[in-house]
Design a protein. Structure first.
Length: 399
C-alpha cells in the first residue's frame, strides 16, 4: 500500500500582494500525475489547506477543482484542518465529500473514534488517525488566575495526553493495523520560516518528539514549511509546503513523502517538487542592484520575486527617487521586486536606521506592527509577555 503525505497548501496565500494561485495550480497538476504514476492508494493532507479562515471565492474554486480531480482517481483522501483553517468551513461539505472517498476532520471531535479511518488492500491494513490542529480548548481547561507558565505547561501536558489516547485507542481497536498519525503542530527541534503563523503561544508550547511514544508506524506532520525528518527511527516527518511562501524559504527544496507498506517492511521516499518560481535576494549600492536586476535570468515557468537591500553611505533624496523609479519601471520581466529596503549608513542612532521604500500598511502583519510599537516604548520591561499575550489574541481571532 502506498500513501502520499503533503501539507500546508495555503490556498489564497499572498506575498506582498502577489498571490500564488498559478504556483499551486502547477503543483496540483504535478501532484495528480504523481499520484497516478506511483499508484498512490491514500493521500494525506496535514492541515493549512487555506491561508485564511474565511477563504476567498477564488481560493474555494481552486480547492474544489482539485478535490473533483482527486475524486476521479483510484485514491482515497484524508484532510485535516490546520491553525490557518476554519474547522467549520472545511467540514461544511464533509458528508458530500465522504461519499466521494474524501474524509475531512476540520477540528477535534467529541469522540476520538471519529479521528480513525481504516483502509485495507490486498491483505495490508492501515489506519489513519487524522488529528487536526488542536486548539487550547481541545487540550486543557482554563482556570481563573493561572499564570502564563502554568498555561504553557498545561498545553504541553494536554497534547501529550491527547496523543497518548490516540495510541491507546489504536491499540484497543486496530491492533493488527499499521498506524499513521497525522498532526498539525510544532515539534521542538524543527526549523521554521517567517511565513508560518506561530501557534500555541509563540511555539513555546512546542512538544518533544517523544510525545508520540514511538508507537505510530509513521507520523505525518504539517505546520512547518521546511521539509525535515524529526526522527528517522520513529518515522516522524514534516513534508513541508509545496511552494516557497516567503524569502526565508527561498533555498528550500520542496517535496512530498511517499510511504510504502509491504508485509515485511515500510519505506519512505522523498519526491522533489519541480520549482516553478524563484525567490531571490540582492544587496549592494543602488547601481550594483540595478545591474543585478538587469542581468538576472532564470528557466522557471513563473516570474521570480525579489527582495533588495540598497546600502548607501549618505542619505540622499536623489537615491530615494531613483529607487522609486526603479520599482515603478522594472524592465526585466523575468523578475519583480516586491520587498525593497533602503539603508543609509550615516543615519545611525546606536544602530542602523532602516528606511523601507514602497511599503504599504497592508503588507505588514499585525504582530510585526505590534512589535514595532513595543520597540518605541523603551520603559517597558515585560515586552515578551505582551507579545505572547498579543499572539494569543491573534490565534483566537485567526488573524
Amino acid at each position: 500500500m502506498k500513501i502520499l503525505h503533503t501539507s500546508d497548501w495555503h490556498i489564497g496565500k499572498q506575498l506582498q500582494k502577489i498571490n500564488f494561485e498559478e504556483d499551486l495550480k502547477m503543483f496540483f497538476n504535478w501532484l495528480i500525475k504523481t499520484i497516478e504514476e506511483h499508484k498512490i492508494d491514500i493521500l494525506l493532507i496535514s492541515g493549512d489547506i487555506f491561508d485564511q479562515a474565511n477563504p476567498s471565492q477564488s481560493a474555494f474554486n481552486i480547492y474544489y477543482d482539485m478535490l473533483s480531480r482527486l475524486e476521479k482517481l483510484d485514491c482515497k483522501t484524508v484532510i485535516t484542518g490546520g491553525n490557518h483553517d476554519s474547522g467549520a468551513v472545511l467540514e461544511a461539505p464533509k458528508e458530500l465529500l465522504k461519499s466521494r472517498g474524501i474524509e475531512v476532520v476540520g477540528s477535534s471531535p467529541q469522540e476520538i473514534s471519529k479521528l480513525f479511518f481504516p483502509f485495507e488492500k490486498d491483505g495490508m491494513k492501515v489506519v489513519i488517525a487524522a488529528v487536526p490542529f488542536l486548539k487550547d480548548r481541545d487540550i486543557r481547561k482554563a482556570a481563573a488566575g493561572e499564570s502564563y507558565s502554568d498555561k504553557i505547561q498545561q498545553i504541553k501536558e494536554g497534547l501529550k495526553l491527547y496523543f497518548k489516547d490516540i495510541n491507546q485507542y489504536s491499540k484497543d481497536n486496530y491492533s493488527d493495523y499499521k498506524l499513521i498519525v497525522m498532526g498539525h503542530l510544532y515539534v521542538q527541534g524543527s526549523k521554521v520560516s517567517e511565513s508560518e503563523r506561530e501557534i500555541q503561544i509563540g511555539n513555546q508550547a512546542g512538544v518533544e518528539s517523544e510525545i508520540f511514544e514511538g508507537i505510530p508506524d509513521y507520523v505525518a506532520l504539517g505546520h512547518i514549511h521546511k521539509p525535515q525528518t524529526i526522527s528517522k527511527s520513529n518515522s516522524i516527518y514534516y513534508c513541508g509546503s509545496p511552494v516557497s511562501f516567503s524569502f526565508s524559504e527561498k533555498e528550500d527544496e520542496k517535496q512530498i513523502n511517499i510511504i510504502e507498506f509491504t508485509s515485511e517492511s515500510m519505506n519512505v521516499e522523498f519526491i522533489k517538487i519541480p520549482k516553478r518560481r524563484s525567490l531571490v535576494s540582492f544587496n549592494g549600492t543602488l547601481n550594483e542592484i540595478k545591474k543585478q536586476l538587469e542581468n538576472y535570468t532564470h528557466k522557471n515557468s513563473l516570474q521570480s520575486l525579489a527582495s533588495i537591500e540598497v546600502l548607501e553611505d549618505k542619505e540622499s533624496i536623489t537615491i530615494r527617487q531613483e529607487l522609486e523609479d526603479l520599482l515603478q519601471n522594472q524592465t526585466n520581466n523575468k523578475i519583480l521586486v516586491i520587498k525593497p529596503r533602503l539603508i543609509f549608513k550615516d543615519k545611525i542612532r546606536g544602530a542602523t536606521e532602516v528606511f523601507t521604500v514602497g511599503t504599504d500598511v497592508s503588507d505588514v502583519t499585525p504582530i510585526q506592527m505590534f512589535e514595532k510599537k513595543l520597540e518605541l516604548e523603551t520603559d517597558l520591561e515585560n515586552k515578551d509577555d505582551l507579545i505572547n499575550a498579543f499572539k494569543e489574541i491573534l490565534e483566537d481571532l485567526k488573524i
